[in-house]
Design a binder for this molecule. Structure first.
Ligand code: ADP
Ligand code: MG
Ligand code: ZN
Length: 611
Protein backbone atom coordinates (compact mmCIF):
# COMPACT_ATOMS: atom_id res chain seq x y z
CA UNK A 1 0.00 0.00 0.00
CA UNK A 2 2.74 2.40 0.94
CA UNK A 3 4.25 2.37 -2.52
CA UNK A 4 0.88 3.16 -4.02
CA UNK A 5 0.47 6.11 -1.67
CA UNK A 6 3.91 7.42 -2.53
CA UNK A 7 3.17 7.09 -6.20
CA UNK A 8 -0.02 9.10 -5.86
CA UNK A 9 1.89 11.79 -4.00
CA UNK A 10 4.12 12.18 -7.04
CA UNK A 11 1.76 11.58 -9.92
CA UNK A 12 -1.28 13.41 -8.58
CA UNK A 13 0.23 16.13 -6.40
CA UNK A 14 3.68 16.36 -7.91
CA UNK A 15 5.39 16.15 -4.50
CA UNK A 16 8.53 14.15 -3.84
CA UNK A 17 8.40 13.42 -0.15
CA UNK A 18 5.86 12.97 2.55
CA UNK A 19 5.94 15.50 5.33
CA UNK A 20 6.50 14.18 8.89
CA UNK A 21 3.86 11.60 9.89
CA UNK A 22 1.83 11.78 6.69
CA UNK A 23 3.05 8.34 5.66
CA UNK A 24 2.25 6.77 9.03
CA UNK A 25 -1.16 8.38 9.15
CA UNK A 26 -2.05 7.25 5.64
CA UNK A 27 -0.97 3.70 6.49
CA UNK A 28 -3.08 3.69 9.59
CA UNK A 29 -6.15 4.95 7.76
CA UNK A 30 -5.68 2.39 5.03
CA UNK A 31 -5.72 -0.28 7.76
CA UNK A 32 -9.11 1.14 8.66
CA UNK A 33 -8.10 2.31 12.11
CA UNK A 34 -10.00 5.36 13.30
CA UNK A 35 -7.41 8.11 13.53
CA UNK A 36 -6.86 11.48 15.19
CA UNK A 37 -4.47 13.85 13.41
CA UNK A 38 -3.05 16.88 15.16
CA UNK A 39 -0.82 19.00 12.95
CA UNK A 40 -0.17 22.74 12.84
CA UNK A 41 -1.91 24.89 10.27
CA UNK A 42 -0.25 24.34 6.91
CA UNK A 43 1.27 21.05 8.10
CA UNK A 44 -0.43 19.06 5.36
CA UNK A 45 -3.47 17.41 6.92
CA UNK A 46 -5.59 17.21 3.76
CA UNK A 47 -3.30 14.76 2.00
CA UNK A 48 -3.65 12.40 4.98
CA UNK A 49 -7.23 11.59 4.06
CA UNK A 50 -7.14 12.48 0.36
CA UNK A 51 -4.58 9.84 -0.60
CA UNK A 52 -6.50 7.06 1.19
CA UNK A 53 -9.64 8.37 -0.50
CA UNK A 54 -8.00 7.77 -3.86
CA UNK A 55 -7.03 4.25 -2.85
CA UNK A 56 -10.37 3.18 -1.38
CA UNK A 57 -12.96 1.81 -3.74
CA UNK A 58 -15.85 3.62 -2.05
CA UNK A 59 -16.60 7.24 -1.25
CA UNK A 60 -14.83 9.47 1.27
CA UNK A 61 -17.04 12.01 3.01
CA UNK A 62 -15.21 15.09 4.23
CA UNK A 63 -16.99 17.18 6.82
CA UNK A 64 -15.83 20.77 6.84
CA UNK A 65 -17.32 23.79 8.61
CA UNK A 66 -16.97 26.46 5.94
CA UNK A 67 -18.00 26.73 2.32
CA UNK A 68 -14.87 28.68 1.41
CA UNK A 69 -12.63 25.93 2.77
CA UNK A 70 -14.50 23.28 0.83
CA UNK A 71 -14.37 25.33 -2.33
CA UNK A 72 -10.64 25.79 -2.03
CA UNK A 73 -10.01 22.09 -1.48
CA UNK A 74 -12.20 21.08 -4.39
CA UNK A 75 -10.55 23.53 -6.76
CA UNK A 76 -7.13 22.20 -5.82
CA UNK A 77 -8.22 18.58 -6.20
CA UNK A 78 -9.91 19.22 -9.53
CA UNK A 79 -6.80 20.93 -10.88
CA UNK A 80 -4.91 17.79 -9.95
CA UNK A 81 -7.40 15.72 -11.88
CA UNK A 82 -9.27 14.33 -8.87
CA UNK A 83 -13.02 14.27 -8.99
CA UNK A 84 -14.26 15.88 -5.79
CA UNK A 85 -17.55 17.64 -5.28
CA UNK A 86 -19.59 19.47 -2.70
CA UNK A 87 -23.22 19.35 -1.70
CA UNK A 88 -24.54 22.60 -0.35
CA UNK A 89 -27.10 25.30 -0.71
CA UNK A 90 -25.01 27.48 -3.04
CA UNK A 91 -25.36 24.97 -5.89
CA UNK A 92 -27.90 25.45 -8.63
CA UNK A 93 -30.61 22.82 -9.00
CA UNK A 94 -28.84 21.31 -11.98
CA UNK A 95 -25.44 21.23 -10.35
CA UNK A 96 -27.01 19.67 -7.30
CA UNK A 97 -28.69 16.86 -9.18
CA UNK A 98 -25.58 16.27 -11.29
CA UNK A 99 -23.58 15.90 -8.12
CA UNK A 100 -26.11 13.46 -6.66
CA UNK A 101 -25.90 11.46 -9.87
CA UNK A 102 -22.10 11.35 -9.67
CA UNK A 103 -22.24 10.13 -6.09
CA UNK A 104 -24.74 7.38 -6.78
CA UNK A 105 -22.77 6.16 -9.78
CA UNK A 106 -19.42 6.10 -8.05
CA UNK A 107 -17.98 8.86 -10.17
CA UNK A 108 -16.51 10.85 -7.29
CA UNK A 109 -13.91 9.93 -4.73
CA UNK A 110 -14.44 12.77 -2.29
CA UNK A 111 -17.61 14.47 -1.16
CA UNK A 112 -17.20 17.68 0.83
CA UNK A 113 -20.14 18.55 3.01
CA UNK A 114 -21.07 20.78 5.95
CA UNK A 115 -22.24 18.92 9.05
CA UNK A 116 -25.75 20.35 8.94
CA UNK A 117 -26.17 19.14 5.35
CA UNK A 118 -24.84 15.69 6.15
CA UNK A 119 -27.27 15.40 9.04
CA UNK A 120 -30.31 15.85 6.81
CA UNK A 121 -32.32 12.64 6.56
CA UNK A 122 -32.56 12.93 2.81
CA UNK A 123 -28.77 13.05 2.46
CA UNK A 124 -28.26 10.21 4.91
CA UNK A 125 -30.73 8.11 2.93
CA UNK A 126 -28.92 8.89 -0.25
CA UNK A 127 -25.55 7.95 1.19
CA UNK A 128 -26.93 4.71 2.62
CA UNK A 129 -27.26 3.47 -0.94
CA UNK A 130 -23.53 3.50 -1.64
CA UNK A 131 -20.32 2.29 -0.10
CA UNK A 132 -18.62 4.84 2.14
CA UNK A 133 -15.04 3.95 3.05
CA UNK A 134 -13.97 6.98 5.02
CA UNK A 135 -15.53 9.75 7.07
CA UNK A 136 -13.00 12.56 7.48
CA UNK A 137 -13.85 15.27 9.96
CA UNK A 138 -11.77 18.35 9.20
CA UNK A 139 -11.39 21.17 11.74
CA UNK A 140 -12.44 18.60 14.32
CA UNK A 141 -11.98 21.04 17.21
CA UNK A 142 -15.46 22.30 16.27
CA UNK A 143 -16.68 19.23 18.18
CA UNK A 144 -15.42 20.59 21.46
CA UNK A 145 -17.09 23.17 23.61
CA UNK A 146 -13.61 24.02 24.85
CA UNK A 147 -12.47 24.90 21.36
CA UNK A 148 -12.62 28.36 19.87
CA UNK A 149 -15.16 27.48 17.19
CA UNK A 150 -17.65 25.16 18.82
CA UNK A 151 -20.33 23.99 16.35
CA UNK A 152 -23.21 22.04 17.90
CA UNK A 153 -23.85 20.09 14.67
CA UNK A 154 -20.35 18.65 14.92
CA UNK A 155 -21.40 16.96 18.14
CA UNK A 156 -23.99 14.95 16.30
CA UNK A 157 -21.40 13.44 13.95
CA UNK A 158 -20.66 10.72 16.50
CA UNK A 159 -24.21 9.49 16.00
CA UNK A 160 -24.02 9.69 12.20
CA UNK A 161 -20.88 7.60 12.16
CA UNK A 162 -22.84 4.52 13.13
CA UNK A 163 -24.64 4.64 9.84
CA UNK A 164 -21.42 4.14 7.90
CA UNK A 165 -20.29 0.80 9.21
CA UNK A 166 -17.57 0.20 6.64
CA UNK A 167 -16.13 3.70 6.98
CA UNK A 168 -12.97 4.51 8.87
CA UNK A 169 -13.19 7.80 10.78
CA UNK A 170 -10.42 10.41 10.66
CA UNK A 171 -10.55 13.56 12.74
CA UNK A 172 -8.12 16.39 11.95
CA UNK A 173 -7.30 19.66 13.68
CA UNK A 174 -4.55 22.17 14.34
CA UNK A 175 -5.69 22.80 17.89
CA UNK A 176 -3.10 21.73 20.36
CA UNK A 177 -4.98 22.12 23.61
CA UNK A 178 -5.01 18.74 25.39
CA UNK A 179 -8.54 19.35 26.60
CA UNK A 180 -9.86 19.80 23.07
CA UNK A 181 -7.92 16.76 21.88
CA UNK A 182 -9.41 14.66 24.66
CA UNK A 183 -12.85 15.92 23.85
CA UNK A 184 -12.54 14.93 20.19
CA UNK A 185 -11.25 11.45 21.05
CA UNK A 186 -13.97 10.91 23.59
CA UNK A 187 -16.76 12.13 21.40
CA UNK A 188 -15.68 9.99 18.45
CA UNK A 189 -14.41 7.12 20.63
CA UNK A 190 -10.91 7.20 19.17
CA UNK A 191 -8.12 5.15 20.72
CA UNK A 192 -4.94 6.62 22.13
CA UNK A 193 -2.78 4.39 19.95
CA UNK A 194 -4.30 5.97 16.87
CA UNK A 195 -3.41 9.53 17.74
CA UNK A 196 -0.82 11.23 15.59
CA UNK A 197 0.56 14.48 16.90
CA UNK A 198 3.32 16.18 14.92
CA UNK A 199 5.66 18.90 16.02
CA UNK A 200 4.12 22.34 15.98
CA UNK A 201 7.28 23.95 14.72
CA UNK A 202 6.86 25.73 11.40
CA UNK A 203 10.46 26.11 10.36
CA UNK A 204 9.81 28.36 7.36
CA UNK A 205 8.29 31.18 9.40
CA UNK A 206 10.71 33.94 10.34
CA UNK A 207 9.55 35.30 13.70
CA UNK A 208 10.29 38.81 14.80
CA UNK A 209 9.06 41.05 17.61
CA UNK A 210 9.66 44.77 17.67
CA UNK A 211 8.88 47.48 20.16
CA UNK A 212 5.93 49.43 18.87
CA UNK A 213 7.10 52.97 18.34
CA UNK A 214 5.17 54.17 15.34
CA UNK A 215 3.09 51.20 14.32
CA UNK A 216 2.09 52.50 10.92
CA UNK A 217 5.61 53.53 9.88
CA UNK A 218 6.99 50.22 11.04
CA UNK A 219 4.33 48.33 9.15
CA UNK A 220 4.90 50.35 6.01
CA UNK A 221 8.59 49.70 6.08
CA UNK A 222 8.07 46.00 6.68
CA UNK A 223 5.47 45.66 3.94
CA UNK A 224 7.68 47.45 1.44
CA UNK A 225 10.10 44.54 1.64
CA UNK A 226 7.58 42.22 0.05
CA UNK A 227 6.52 43.87 -3.18
CA UNK A 228 3.59 42.11 -4.83
CA UNK A 229 3.48 39.47 -2.12
CA UNK A 230 0.34 38.66 -0.22
CA UNK A 231 0.12 39.48 3.46
CA UNK A 232 -2.24 39.94 6.39
CA UNK A 233 -2.17 42.69 8.99
CA UNK A 234 -4.02 41.89 12.19
CA UNK A 235 -5.42 44.73 14.28
CA UNK A 236 -7.24 44.85 17.57
CA UNK A 237 -10.30 46.89 16.61
CA UNK A 238 -12.53 47.48 13.60
CA UNK A 239 -11.72 51.15 13.63
CA UNK A 240 -8.03 50.43 13.54
CA UNK A 241 -8.58 48.03 10.64
CA UNK A 242 -10.33 50.70 8.60
CA UNK A 243 -7.67 53.29 9.35
CA UNK A 244 -4.72 51.08 8.48
CA UNK A 245 -6.39 49.82 5.28
CA UNK A 246 -7.12 53.40 4.24
CA UNK A 247 -3.61 54.60 4.93
CA UNK A 248 -2.05 51.72 3.04
CA UNK A 249 -4.37 52.44 0.19
CA UNK A 250 -3.18 56.05 0.20
CA UNK A 251 0.37 54.82 0.17
CA UNK A 252 -0.25 52.91 -3.00
CA UNK A 253 -1.01 49.41 -1.77
CA UNK A 254 -4.16 47.48 -2.56
CA UNK A 255 -5.24 46.81 1.00
CA UNK A 256 -8.75 45.77 1.96
CA UNK A 257 -10.42 45.66 5.36
CA UNK A 258 -12.04 42.60 6.90
CA UNK A 259 -13.91 42.65 10.20
CA UNK A 260 -17.10 41.53 11.87
CA UNK A 261 -18.76 44.91 11.41
CA UNK A 262 -18.89 44.54 7.62
CA UNK A 263 -21.69 42.80 5.73
CA UNK A 264 -21.19 39.15 4.83
CA UNK A 265 -21.13 40.07 1.18
CA UNK A 266 -18.48 42.76 1.59
CA UNK A 267 -16.30 40.44 3.59
CA UNK A 268 -16.72 37.66 1.08
CA UNK A 269 -15.76 39.99 -1.75
CA UNK A 270 -12.63 41.21 -0.04
CA UNK A 271 -11.58 37.70 0.85
CA UNK A 272 -12.08 36.59 -2.74
CA UNK A 273 -10.01 39.48 -4.10
CA UNK A 274 -7.24 38.61 -1.70
CA UNK A 275 -7.28 34.91 -2.53
CA UNK A 276 -7.10 35.70 -6.22
CA UNK A 277 -4.11 38.04 -5.75
CA UNK A 278 -6.21 40.98 -6.87
CA UNK A 279 -5.64 42.68 -3.55
CA UNK A 280 -2.23 42.41 -1.99
CA UNK A 281 -3.05 42.96 1.65
CA UNK A 282 -5.91 42.20 3.99
CA UNK A 283 -6.16 44.25 7.16
CA UNK A 284 -8.27 42.28 9.57
CA UNK A 285 -9.44 41.68 13.07
CA UNK A 286 -8.98 38.14 14.26
CA UNK A 287 -12.23 37.28 12.47
CA UNK A 288 -10.18 36.68 9.34
CA UNK A 289 -8.40 33.56 8.32
CA UNK A 290 -10.14 30.39 9.29
CA UNK A 291 -11.86 30.16 5.93
CA UNK A 292 -8.78 30.41 3.78
CA UNK A 293 -6.11 28.03 2.60
CA UNK A 294 -4.24 30.52 0.40
CA UNK A 295 -0.79 29.01 0.09
CA UNK A 296 1.35 32.02 -0.84
CA UNK A 297 0.90 34.40 2.09
CA UNK A 298 4.39 35.85 2.57
CA UNK A 299 3.98 38.11 5.58
CA UNK A 300 1.88 38.65 8.68
CA UNK A 301 1.96 41.77 10.81
CA UNK A 302 0.47 41.93 14.27
CA UNK A 303 -0.22 45.61 14.46
CA UNK A 304 -1.55 45.06 17.96
CA UNK A 305 -0.85 42.42 20.54
CA UNK A 306 -2.74 39.16 19.90
CA UNK A 307 -4.84 37.67 22.67
CA UNK A 308 -2.52 34.82 23.57
CA UNK A 309 0.23 32.63 22.20
CA UNK A 310 -2.19 30.15 20.73
CA UNK A 311 -4.08 32.69 18.65
CA UNK A 312 -0.80 34.33 17.64
CA UNK A 313 0.51 31.03 16.40
CA UNK A 314 -2.67 30.18 14.60
CA UNK A 315 -2.66 33.53 12.85
CA UNK A 316 0.95 33.41 11.72
CA UNK A 317 0.37 29.78 10.71
CA UNK A 318 -1.66 31.03 7.77
CA UNK A 319 1.56 32.22 6.16
CA UNK A 320 3.94 30.11 4.12
CA UNK A 321 1.75 27.08 3.53
CA UNK A 322 3.68 26.46 0.34
CA UNK A 323 6.78 25.82 2.39
CA UNK A 324 8.65 28.93 1.25
CA UNK A 325 9.82 31.44 3.81
CA UNK A 326 7.26 33.79 5.27
CA UNK A 327 7.92 36.66 7.66
CA UNK A 328 6.00 37.48 10.79
CA UNK A 329 6.33 40.75 12.65
CA UNK A 330 4.70 41.42 15.98
CA UNK A 331 4.62 45.00 17.21
CA UNK A 332 4.78 44.98 20.96
CA UNK A 333 3.61 48.06 22.81
CA UNK A 334 2.83 48.46 26.47
CA UNK A 335 -0.34 50.36 25.65
CA UNK A 336 -1.76 47.17 24.14
CA UNK A 337 -1.29 45.32 27.39
CA UNK A 338 -3.49 47.91 29.05
CA UNK A 339 -6.16 47.37 26.39
CA UNK A 340 -6.16 43.62 26.83
CA UNK A 341 -6.16 44.03 30.60
CA UNK A 342 -9.23 46.14 30.31
CA UNK A 343 -11.05 43.26 28.65
CA UNK A 344 -9.71 40.76 31.12
CA UNK A 345 -11.03 42.88 33.96
CA UNK A 346 -14.56 42.39 32.65
CA UNK A 347 -14.21 38.65 33.17
CA UNK A 348 -14.60 36.71 36.36
CA UNK A 349 -13.32 33.69 38.23
CA UNK A 350 -11.47 30.98 36.41
CA UNK A 351 -11.91 32.55 33.02
CA UNK A 352 -10.18 35.66 34.25
CA UNK A 353 -7.33 33.73 35.81
CA UNK A 354 -6.73 31.85 32.58
CA UNK A 355 -6.78 35.04 30.52
CA UNK A 356 -4.33 36.68 32.91
CA UNK A 357 -1.98 33.75 32.71
CA UNK A 358 -2.15 33.72 28.93
CA UNK A 359 -1.37 37.40 28.73
CA UNK A 360 1.58 36.96 31.05
CA UNK A 361 3.01 34.22 28.84
CA UNK A 362 2.54 36.31 25.75
CA UNK A 363 4.30 39.30 27.30
CA UNK A 364 7.15 37.06 28.42
CA UNK A 365 7.41 35.78 24.86
CA UNK A 366 7.62 39.32 23.48
CA UNK A 367 10.28 40.42 25.95
CA UNK A 368 12.35 37.29 25.72
CA UNK A 369 15.88 37.32 24.32
CA UNK A 370 15.95 33.59 23.72
CA UNK A 371 14.89 31.80 20.56
CA UNK A 372 11.26 32.72 19.81
CA UNK A 373 10.47 29.10 19.15
CA UNK A 374 11.29 28.00 22.69
CA UNK A 375 8.39 29.64 24.54
CA UNK A 376 5.93 28.94 21.73
CA UNK A 377 6.68 25.27 21.46
CA UNK A 378 6.83 24.97 25.23
CA UNK A 379 3.34 26.39 25.30
CA UNK A 380 2.29 23.49 23.08
CA UNK A 381 4.05 21.03 25.36
CA UNK A 382 7.10 20.50 23.17
CA UNK A 383 10.79 20.71 23.89
CA UNK A 384 12.68 22.52 21.19
CA UNK A 385 16.07 20.88 20.88
CA UNK A 386 18.00 23.10 18.50
CA UNK A 387 19.89 25.94 20.12
CA UNK A 388 19.68 28.24 17.14
CA UNK A 389 16.71 28.16 14.82
CA UNK A 390 18.26 30.71 12.41
CA UNK A 391 14.73 31.87 11.74
CA UNK A 392 13.93 34.36 14.48
CA UNK A 393 15.15 37.82 15.41
CA UNK A 394 16.84 36.64 18.58
CA UNK A 395 18.73 33.79 16.95
CA UNK A 396 19.99 35.96 14.13
CA UNK A 397 20.94 39.08 16.05
CA UNK A 398 24.52 39.64 17.00
CA UNK A 399 25.99 40.88 20.24
CA UNK A 400 27.46 43.85 18.43
CA UNK A 401 23.97 45.03 17.70
CA UNK A 402 23.78 46.05 21.33
CA UNK A 403 23.87 49.77 21.97
CA UNK A 404 24.72 51.37 25.30
CA UNK A 405 21.80 53.48 26.52
CA UNK A 406 22.88 53.99 30.12
CA UNK A 407 22.85 57.80 29.97
CA UNK A 408 19.38 58.27 28.48
CA UNK A 409 18.14 55.51 30.77
CA UNK A 410 19.42 57.44 33.77
CA UNK A 411 17.75 60.59 32.53
CA UNK A 412 14.46 58.88 32.01
CA UNK A 413 14.47 57.03 35.32
CA UNK A 414 15.40 60.10 37.32
CA UNK A 415 12.64 62.02 35.64
CA UNK A 416 10.19 59.32 36.68
CA UNK A 417 11.50 59.74 40.23
CA UNK A 418 11.32 63.55 40.12
CA UNK A 419 7.69 63.30 39.08
CA UNK A 420 7.12 61.24 42.23
CA UNK A 421 6.24 58.08 40.28
CA UNK A 422 2.79 59.43 39.57
CA UNK A 423 2.86 59.88 35.78
CA UNK A 424 2.80 57.87 32.59
CA UNK A 425 5.20 57.58 29.71
CA UNK A 426 4.04 60.50 27.58
CA UNK A 427 4.18 62.93 30.46
CA UNK A 428 7.73 61.92 31.35
CA UNK A 429 8.81 62.30 27.74
CA UNK A 430 7.20 65.76 27.58
CA UNK A 431 9.13 66.83 30.68
CA UNK A 432 12.40 65.50 29.30
CA UNK A 433 11.84 67.31 26.03
CA UNK A 434 10.93 70.56 27.74
CA UNK A 435 7.33 70.73 26.54
CA UNK A 436 5.28 73.82 27.37
CA UNK A 437 2.03 71.87 27.51
CA UNK A 438 -0.52 73.06 30.05
CA UNK A 439 -0.33 69.85 31.99
CA UNK A 440 3.42 70.22 32.46
CA UNK A 441 3.23 73.83 33.58
CA UNK A 442 0.18 73.07 35.73
CA UNK A 443 2.19 70.59 37.78
CA UNK A 444 5.16 72.95 37.86
CA UNK A 445 7.16 70.26 36.17
CA UNK A 446 9.02 72.89 34.19
CA UNK A 447 10.85 73.60 37.45
CA UNK A 448 12.20 70.07 37.77
CA UNK A 449 15.94 69.52 37.29
CA UNK A 450 15.12 66.97 34.61
CA UNK A 451 13.03 69.44 32.62
CA UNK A 452 14.36 69.77 29.07
CA UNK A 453 17.42 67.56 29.59
CA UNK A 454 16.39 65.18 26.82
CA UNK A 455 15.93 67.37 23.78
CA UNK A 456 18.51 65.39 21.84
CA UNK A 457 15.99 62.60 21.26
CA UNK A 458 12.67 62.71 19.45
CA UNK A 459 9.44 61.59 21.08
CA UNK A 460 9.65 58.38 19.15
CA UNK A 461 13.19 57.69 20.27
CA UNK A 462 12.28 58.29 23.89
CA UNK A 463 9.35 56.01 23.46
CA UNK A 464 11.68 53.30 22.24
CA UNK A 465 14.05 53.85 25.16
CA UNK A 466 11.15 53.70 27.62
CA UNK A 467 10.00 50.39 26.12
CA UNK A 468 13.48 49.00 26.66
CA UNK A 469 13.44 50.09 30.29
CA UNK A 470 10.14 48.30 30.76
CA UNK A 471 11.41 45.22 28.94
CA UNK A 472 14.43 45.09 31.19
CA UNK A 473 12.31 45.66 34.26
CA UNK A 474 14.11 48.81 35.34
CA UNK A 475 10.67 50.27 35.82
CA UNK A 476 7.16 48.87 35.78
CA UNK A 477 3.89 50.23 34.57
CA UNK A 478 0.80 50.27 36.70
CA UNK A 479 -1.88 48.40 34.79
CA UNK A 480 -4.76 50.70 35.63
CA UNK A 481 -3.44 54.14 34.76
CA UNK A 482 -0.15 53.44 33.05
CA UNK A 483 1.84 55.16 35.83
CA UNK A 484 5.57 54.38 35.84
CA UNK A 485 7.35 53.13 38.98
CA UNK A 486 11.04 52.39 39.53
CA UNK A 487 12.25 48.92 40.46
CA UNK A 488 15.32 48.05 42.51
CA UNK A 489 17.17 47.36 39.29
CA UNK A 490 16.17 50.80 38.08
CA UNK A 491 17.64 52.34 41.20
CA UNK A 492 20.92 50.56 40.53
CA UNK A 493 21.04 52.13 37.10
CA UNK A 494 20.34 55.59 38.46
CA UNK A 495 23.12 55.20 40.99
CA UNK A 496 25.49 54.22 38.19
CA UNK A 497 25.91 50.67 39.45
CA UNK A 498 24.51 49.05 36.37
CA UNK A 499 24.82 49.67 32.65
CA UNK A 500 21.93 49.42 30.26
CA UNK A 501 22.14 48.30 26.68
CA UNK A 502 19.59 47.28 24.14
CA UNK A 503 19.18 46.12 20.59
CA UNK A 504 18.28 48.92 18.30
CA UNK A 505 15.14 48.30 16.34
CA UNK A 506 15.78 45.45 13.97
CA UNK A 507 13.49 46.82 11.31
CA UNK A 508 16.01 49.11 9.74
CA UNK A 509 18.27 46.20 9.03
CA UNK A 510 17.67 43.78 6.31
CA UNK A 511 17.17 40.62 8.29
CA UNK A 512 14.02 39.50 6.64
CA UNK A 513 15.56 38.02 3.57
CA UNK A 514 13.26 35.84 1.60
CA UNK A 515 14.39 32.30 1.23
CA UNK A 516 13.99 32.70 -2.51
CA UNK A 517 16.89 35.11 -2.43
CA UNK A 518 19.18 32.38 -1.26
CA UNK A 519 18.28 30.24 -4.20
CA UNK A 520 19.58 31.19 -7.59
CA UNK A 521 16.47 31.75 -9.60
CA UNK A 522 15.87 33.79 -12.69
CA UNK A 523 13.62 36.59 -11.58
CA UNK A 524 12.71 37.68 -15.08
CA UNK A 525 11.46 34.20 -15.88
CA UNK A 526 9.55 34.16 -12.59
CA UNK A 527 7.68 37.28 -13.53
CA UNK A 528 6.91 35.98 -17.02
CA UNK A 529 5.56 32.73 -15.55
CA UNK A 530 3.60 34.57 -12.88
CA UNK A 531 2.01 36.74 -15.52
CA UNK A 532 0.98 33.64 -17.44
CA UNK A 533 -0.40 32.16 -14.23
CA UNK A 534 -2.42 35.30 -13.57
CA UNK A 535 -3.94 35.15 -17.04
CA UNK A 536 -4.81 31.48 -16.78
CA UNK A 537 -6.27 32.01 -13.32
CA UNK A 538 -8.36 34.85 -14.59
CA UNK A 539 -9.75 32.80 -17.47
CA UNK A 540 -10.54 29.86 -15.22
CA UNK A 541 -11.82 32.05 -12.37
CA UNK A 542 -9.44 30.33 -9.97
CA UNK A 543 -6.94 31.60 -7.41
CA UNK A 544 -3.49 31.67 -9.07
CA UNK A 545 -1.89 29.38 -6.46
CA UNK A 546 -4.33 26.64 -7.43
CA UNK A 547 -2.76 26.58 -10.89
CA UNK A 548 0.84 26.50 -9.66
CA UNK A 549 2.17 27.45 -6.25
CA UNK A 550 4.91 30.06 -5.94
CA UNK A 551 7.24 27.25 -5.05
CA UNK A 552 6.53 25.47 -8.34
CA UNK A 553 7.21 28.62 -10.32
CA UNK A 554 10.42 29.36 -8.49
CA UNK A 555 11.66 25.83 -9.10
CA UNK A 556 10.91 26.25 -12.79
CA UNK A 557 13.11 29.34 -12.80
CA UNK A 558 15.92 27.49 -11.01
CA UNK A 559 16.04 24.29 -13.06
CA UNK A 560 14.72 25.48 -16.44
CA UNK A 561 13.07 22.16 -17.36
CA UNK A 562 13.29 21.39 -21.09
CA UNK A 563 11.29 18.17 -21.33
CA UNK A 564 8.13 16.57 -20.05
CA UNK A 565 10.16 14.39 -17.76
CA UNK A 566 12.00 17.28 -16.12
CA UNK A 567 8.81 19.28 -15.85
CA UNK A 568 7.27 16.41 -13.91
CA UNK A 569 10.21 16.61 -11.51
CA UNK A 570 9.20 20.11 -10.52
CA UNK A 571 7.47 20.52 -7.17
CA UNK A 572 3.69 20.47 -7.53
CA UNK A 573 3.55 19.30 -11.14
CA UNK A 574 1.49 16.11 -11.26
CA UNK A 575 0.49 14.27 -14.40
CA UNK A 576 -2.85 15.97 -14.81
CA UNK A 577 -1.50 19.40 -14.14
CA UNK A 578 1.29 18.79 -16.59
CA UNK A 579 -1.22 18.19 -19.35
CA UNK A 580 -3.38 21.11 -18.37
CA UNK A 581 -0.81 23.78 -17.56
CA UNK A 582 2.67 22.27 -17.46
CA UNK A 583 2.91 22.03 -21.23
CA UNK A 584 2.07 25.69 -21.64
CA UNK A 585 4.71 26.66 -19.10
CA UNK A 586 7.25 24.32 -20.65
CA UNK A 587 6.89 26.06 -24.00
CA UNK A 588 7.43 29.46 -22.39
CA UNK A 589 10.50 28.24 -20.48
CA UNK A 590 12.03 26.63 -23.56
CA UNK A 591 11.58 29.77 -25.60
CA UNK A 592 13.05 31.88 -22.83
CA UNK A 593 16.06 29.58 -22.49
CA UNK A 594 16.68 29.64 -26.19
CA UNK A 595 16.60 33.41 -26.31
CA UNK A 596 18.91 33.75 -23.35
CA UNK A 597 21.10 30.72 -23.99
CA UNK A 598 20.32 29.00 -20.75
CA UNK A 599 20.66 25.26 -20.22
CA UNK A 600 18.54 23.01 -18.08
CA UNK A 601 19.89 22.26 -14.60
CA UNK A 602 19.16 18.77 -13.34
CA UNK A 603 16.94 18.81 -10.26
CA UNK A 604 18.31 15.50 -9.06
CA UNK A 605 20.11 12.52 -10.43
CA UNK A 606 17.23 10.72 -12.00
CA UNK A 607 16.90 7.08 -11.14
CA UNK A 608 15.88 4.57 -13.72
CA UNK A 609 12.47 3.40 -12.70
CA UNK A 610 10.77 0.25 -13.87
CA UNK A 611 7.13 1.11 -14.14
P1 ADP B 1 -3.46 21.93 6.82
O1 ADP B 1 -4.84 21.44 6.46
O2 ADP B 1 -2.73 21.01 7.73
O3 ADP B 1 -3.46 23.32 7.33
P2 ADP B 1 -2.97 21.59 4.00
O4 ADP B 1 -3.42 20.19 3.93
O5 ADP B 1 -3.87 22.63 3.45
O6 ADP B 1 -2.58 21.98 5.50
O7 ADP B 1 -1.53 21.68 3.32
C1 ADP B 1 -0.81 22.88 3.25
C2 ADP B 1 -0.01 22.92 1.96
O8 ADP B 1 1.06 21.98 1.99
C3 ADP B 1 -0.83 22.60 0.73
O9 ADP B 1 -0.50 23.51 -0.28
C4 ADP B 1 -0.39 21.19 0.39
O10 ADP B 1 -0.54 20.91 -0.97
C5 ADP B 1 1.06 21.21 0.80
N1 ADP B 1 1.59 19.86 1.12
C6 ADP B 1 1.00 18.90 1.85
N2 ADP B 1 1.77 17.79 1.92
C7 ADP B 1 2.89 18.06 1.20
C8 ADP B 1 4.07 17.31 0.88
N3 ADP B 1 4.25 16.07 1.32
N4 ADP B 1 5.00 17.92 0.12
C9 ADP B 1 4.82 19.17 -0.33
N5 ADP B 1 3.74 19.93 -0.08
C10 ADP B 1 2.77 19.39 0.69
MG1 MG C 1 -6.82 22.03 6.52
ZN1 ZN D 1 15.27 31.19 17.11
Amino acid sequence: MYNKAKKILKTVYGYDKFRPMQKEIIDNILKKNDTLVIMPTGGGKSICYQIPALLFSGLTIVVSPLISLMKDQIEQLNENGVNAIVLNSTLSRIEYSNNIYSILHGKVKLLYIAPETLLKQRILDLLSKIRVDCLAIDEAHCISEWGHDFRPEYRKLAEVRKQFKSAVCVALTATATPQVQKDISKSLKLEKSNEYITSFDRGNLFLQVESKIDAYEQTLEFVSKFPDSSGIIYCFSRKQVEEVADSLDNDGYTALPYHAGMSDQARKNNQELFIKNKAQIIVATIAFGMGIDKSNIRFIVHYDLPKNIESYYQQIGRAGRDGLQANCLLLFGYGDILKIRYFIDQKEGRERKVAEMQLEKLVAFCKSHECRRLPILKYFGENYEKNNCKMCDNCTSLEKDLTDITVPAQKFLSCVKRCNEKFGMNHIIDVLRGSKAKKILGFNHNKLTTYGIGKEYSKKQWNFIAQQLLDQELMVQDFEYGILLLTDLGWNVMKGEKFVSCKIATMSKNRTVLMEDNLQFDSELVSILKQKRTNLAYEADLPPYVIFSDKSIIEMAIYFPQSKESMLDIHGVGKYKYEKYGKIFLTIIMRYCQQNQINEKPKRARKRRLN
